[in-house]
Design a protein around this ligand. Structure first.
Ligand SMILES: [Zn+2]
Length: 129
């Protein structure tokens, strides 16, 4: 068996996998673009991608600790932001609800959309105020 007989199938497999990878990246990119167009489609005139985000504000935020013994309530958390009552291993989970304000660049129609965002923050080093 010569080198070319081993090399050729490997190249075919590599090329195949590479194509799948590229198609995957391309598909997810197109999906993101599509998703973005869906969110920015004007509900009034139906113009795709015409919506422009003019304002985004947090309308609701829930905070809870995960992994801590004796979960403090939101109120307790606010009182003890200095880091006194915190378990070093605990992770602060922040659930924020955003209200996004869009404005259509085509007809000027304004609409709002709610979006939820969950993020975690370490409790070990609270950010200095
Ligand atoms: Zn419009």
């Amino acid at each position: 068996m010569g080198w070319s007989e081993v090399l050729f199938p490997s190249l075919v497999v590599c090329g195949f996998l590479g194509t799948i990878l590229l198609v995957g990246i391309g598909a997810s990119y197109l999906w993101l673009v599509w998703l973005n167009k869906q969110t920015t489609t004007c509900p009034k005139c139906g113009k795709k991608g015409a919506g422009r985000l003019v304002e985004s504000k947090v309308i609701d935020a829930k905070t809870h600790l995960e992994g801590a013994a004796g979960l403090p309530s939101d109120e307790e958390w606010r009182t003890h932001t200095s880091g006194l009552h915190q378990d070093a291993k605990a992770v602060r989970i922040i659930e924020e609800t955003y209200e996004d304000h869009f404005e259509c660049q085509h007809c000027g129609y304004r609409w709002t959309r709610e979006a939820q965002w969950t993020r975690s923050a370490p409790t070990k080093k609270p950010s200095p105020r």
